[in-house]
Design a protein around this ligand. Sequence first.
Ligand SMILES: NC(=O)c1ccc[n+]([C@@H]2O[C@H](COP(=O)([O-])OP(=O)(O)OC[C@H]3O[C@@H](n4cnc5c(N)ncnc54)[C@H](O)[C@@H]3O)[C@@H](O)[C@H]2O)c1
Length: 343
Amino acid sequence: MHRAVLTGCGAMAKGWLRAIGERPDLAGQVQVVGLVDIDGAKAKALADEFALSDARIGSDLGAMLADVKPDVVFDVVVPPARSGVVAAALEAGAHVLSEKPMAASMDEARRMIELAKRHGRTHAVIQNRRFVSGMRRIRRFLDGAPLGAITAVHCDFFLAPHFGGFREEMDHVLLLDMAIHTFDAMRFVVGRMPQAVYCVETNPTGSWYADGAAANAIFEFGEGVVGTYRGSWCADGAPTSWESAWRIVGAKGTLLWDGHDGFEARVTSGSDGFFRETASLVVPEVEDATETQGHASVIRDFLRAIDGGTAPETVATDNIASLAMVFGAIESAGTGRRVAIEI
Ligand SMILES: NC(=O)c1ccc[n+]([C@@H]2O[C@H](COP(=O)([O-])OP(=O)(O)OC[C@H]3O[C@@H](n4cnc5c(N)ncnc54)[C@H](O)[C@@H]3O)[C@@H](O)[C@H]2O)c1
C-alpha cells in the first residue's frame, strides 16, 4: 500500500480522487494519508467530499511531509507552484506524480530532473490524453508499420470553451494549458524526439482570453518527419474532439482519426493509374482496458513503475521533451523565427 499526500485540492484533485476511488485495483494500492492546500479550507472540503476522514489536513506541505512521511506525493497544484512542491517532495524522499505541465520553464524542469536523480526518486507527469482508447489504438496499429514509415502527423484542435478563472487571464493559454497534450501525443505517435518548431500564436479578434487563444505550429522530428498543429480555443461552430482530429501520413498510406471513435485507414493497393487504388485497413480495438482510463492509467503506470523499479511511460526525463515543444513554440511565436528545440 502506497501512502500518498495529495497537494493542491482544487478542481483537478477531485478527478484524481475519483480515478483512484472508482478503481478497486488503485484504491487497494493507495491510501491518501494527507491533503494539503495553501487554502486549508479547500483541503478540508475535499476530505469531507471524498470521506477521507483518516487523512491529515494541512496548508503547509513541508510540515505535512515531515509529519506523515508519505512515499508518494500527488502534485495537483497550479503550474507556478509546481517546482517548489516537487522539490520539497523529492527532498523528503517521496516519489512524485505531477499534473501537467511539468514545469513553468525549461530551467525549472531540468532542475526537477536533477533533483529526482540526486534523491533516487521517480518523478512522472500526468499526460492522461495519451491514455485514451483512440491514442492506444493508433499506437498499436502503427506498431505493425501498415503505413510504412510515418512521414507526417497533422492535428486540428478547434473548440470554444468558456472556463472563466485563471485560463482566461494567463499568457499563452492554448500552448501552455492545452496544446501540451496534443504535442505529447504527437511524440507518442511518431516515436521521435522533436528537433525544431516554427509557430504563429495569436489571440483572435473576439477572443475571451487575455492571450494566445490560438496557435499554428510546424514541428520537425528529424529525417523529414513533420508534425503540424492548428489550434484555437475560441473557434465556435465546428468543434473537434478534445484529443484533436488527426491525419497520420506514411509512405504507404494514411490514417485518419476524428478524435472520437471514427477511424479510417487506407493504404496503396494498386500499382498503376493516375491515382493508385487504395484498400481499407481495420484499426483494431485496444486489448487492455486499463491503458485507456486517463488519469487512472497514468497513476497505475506510475505505481507499477515504482514497485518494479522501472521508468513510467510519462517519466519526467522523457516528458520534458513535450514541455520543450511548448516552450519552443512560444519562443518561435515571440521571435518570429524557427527555433531549435533544446532538451
Ligand atoms: N490533465 C488534465 O486533463 C488537466 C485538466 C485540468 C487541469 N489540469 C492541471 O491540474 C493542475 C491544477 O489545476 P486545477 O484546475 O485543479 O486548478 P485549481 O486552481 O482549481 O486548483 C489548484 C489548487 O492548488 C492550490 N495551490 C496553489 N499553490 C499551492 C501550493 N504551493 N501548495 C499547495 N496548494 C497550492 C490552490 O489553492 C488550488 O486549490 C494544473 O497544473 C492544470 O494544468 C490538468
